[in-house]
Each structure stands twice: as structure tokens, then as C-alpha cells.
Design a protein around this ligand. Sequence first.
Ligand SMILES: NC(=O)c1ccc[n+]([C@@H]2O[C@H](COP(=O)([O-])OP(=O)(O)OC[C@H]3O[C@@H](n4cnc5c(N)ncnc54)[C@H](OP(=O)(O)O)[C@@H]3O)[C@@H](O)[C@H]2O)c1
Length: 339
Amino acid sequence: MLTFDLTFVISMLTVILLMVVSVVLYVSYGFKRRLNICGKHVLVSGGSKGIGLEIANQCFRQGAKVTILARDENGLKEAVNYILKENSATGSSRESEIIYFPVDVANDLPTLEKIVSQAENQLGPIYGLFNIVGKAVCHRFLETPHEEFDNMMKVNYQSTVNCTRAVVTQMVKRKEGFVEITSSMAGLFGIYGFSAYSSSKFALLGFAQTLAMELKPHNISITIAYPPDTDTPGFALENSTKPIETKLICESGGLVSPSKVASSIIKDTLKLKFSSTSTFEGFILRTLTSGLSPPNGIFSVFLEANLMGPLRLIGLLILTHFNKIVRDCNTKRTSSKSK
Ligand SMILES: NC(=O)c1ccc[n+]([C@@H]2O[C@H](COP(=O)([O-])OP(=O)(O)OC[C@H]3O[C@@H](n4cnc5c(N)ncnc54)[C@H](OP(=O)(O)O)[C@@H]3O)[C@@H](O)[C@H]2O)c1
């Protein structure tokens, strides 16, 4: 009589299961296209400074028509001049392909909607949106001015919802487009001093995951980016109020240039990846927290499935180190007070 070794049966079943999972993943996520923004209209909120300015600059360099939004009109004019100068070798005949509008995207949806239709009249249908507007405040919870909790939700979360709402109706009608959402590494992991900022950035992940599921049938892709500490005017401001604990915890990641961060956000968005990180630390955090997020591709799913367990253990070591920083700073503060 034919008998099967139990180990052999289990191995065969595992191989079959892996093959089925691979086929399902490949069919669902393996044939990813790459978007091309050359000649297309791209909207960048917060495009006058920092990461947003570099995104606008690099999109323009790739041949996109660009609209930038921010509140300060002088800052917007300077940004357009900078972008035209940076692209002067190729951009002399393209001056009309970059326009700007001053608007507070966190608080003024009606004006924003009018501006979007004006921008579409000038440069054509908006193909992609980079939601870059955002701000960080950094204080210990009890030292955070209470109104900052509301401000953070407005500037980080509501700005993104407003800009997305203003462009997505037309994208759904046209059945094409992309929306990039800018979170932060502090939007994946609660860090000392960021109670107001982190929670507003965490909210964006729920928004992004929901949109990804709702808008996929309309051929609109969603990307959420988690920039590391980046050398921008916004970062300089955030740094000025940072408690020593936050500085010590964050300094291990170093400071990255806005052009490097912009380039990885654009690349991942156009490759239709759901999440975008620019550094090794970002990759580790993203892998650890990938859970039920849409996958970036078949290769990253296998990487995540294999790395999540070991990374959980390494993550606990890192967390222990951060808690030690907090404890040591607290001990130092208490002993210097009692002297
Ligand atoms: N820099 C970092 O280390 C870092 C790290 C992680 C995540 N991020 C995120 O990356 C994004 C960009 O950061 P960044 O450091 O480049 O910022 P930034 O240097 O402060 O630039 C912010 C841009 O947004 C505009 N803006 C701010 N509030 C606005 C509003 N209510 N309406 C319209 N425009 C507004 C600003 O122009 P006006 O002031 O003229 O309005 C400016 O163009 C943010 O979402 C931030 O949270 C940054």
C-alpha cells in the first residue's frame, strides 16, 4: 500500500500554498505600471519651500506642468523663479508651465476649489497631487499649548483631506491619477515630544489606506510617504522647541537633503507604491508596521513576511534604548533641580 511520510505531505502542501500565494500576489500586484508625468499637470501643496519646493522642481524637470500652492505670495514667486532658474537649460520656453496660487489649504476649501478649477483651465486636467503641506510642533505633552492639537490636525490632516477632495472628483471622472500623502516617520511610531504632531500624521495612514481601497477601481493610486528628518525651513523651526530627549532619539537617523527625499517620494509615487521611505530606518519602520497596508509589490511582501518577526525583536531593543534616553534625561533633570 502507498504510504506518505507526514513531513513530505506538509512540505508539499507548504510549497503548493506558497505557489498559490505567489500567483495571487503576482496577478494582483506584479504587473505594476510606471506613471509618466511628462506633459501632465501636477499640483503641489506646500510647493514654495523645503520638500514641496524640491518636488515641484523635480516634477518640472521631468516635463510636468506644475501648480504650486502656499500661503505667502512672495515665497511662491521666489519658488517659481528658483525652479525656472534651476531648469534654465531646458525651461526657457516653459515659463507658462509653472503657476502658483496663494491659499490657506487647511482652512479655506471654497477658495481652494476655485483655484483648482482655475489651474485646470490654465494647465489642463490635474493628473497628480502631492500633498506636502504640513508642520511639526515638538513639546512634552503637558507643555504643548492646547490649541496646537487642533492646529496640527488642521495643517497636517485637514489640509490633505481638502486638497484631495478638491482634485479627486475630476480624477474619478477621468479614471486616472495619483494622490501622494505626506506623513512622517513619527506617523508610524509615537516619539517623545510629538503627541500633537504624531497623532495628526497617524490619522493620515487611515485616510490613505481607505482611499487606496476606494479609489483603486477608478484607477487612482495612493502613496503615503514617511520622510525622515530633512533639512528644511520647517525642520529648523521644529528643532527650536525640541526637548533634549527628542533630539537624542531623533539624531540617530541623521539629516537628509530635501532633494533626496523629494526624489524618492516622486519615484515611489510614480511606481504606484503604497508607501514611500527614503532611508534604511524608514524601511525598517515601514516593514515592522506594514500589517494590512496595501503592498508595494510582490518582492516587498516576501521581504516583509520574512523580516517582520526578527525586526519585532530588534525593534524592542531600539525601544528599550529610547526609554533609557528618556529615563537618563529625567534623572539628570531631577538631580539638577534638587541641587
Ligand atoms: N522636514 C522634516 O524633517 C520632515 C520630516 C517628516 C515629515 N515632514 C513632512 O513633510 C512635509 C514638508 O515639510 P517641510 O519641512 O518641507 O515643510 P516647510 O519647510 O515648513 O514647508 C512647508 C510648505 O507648506 C506651506 N504651507 C504651510 N501651511 C500651509 C497652509 N495652511 N496652506 C498652504 N500652504 C501651507 C508653506 O508655505 P507658507 O508658509 O507660505 O504657507 C511651505 O511651502 C510636511 O508635511 C512635514 O510634516 C517633514
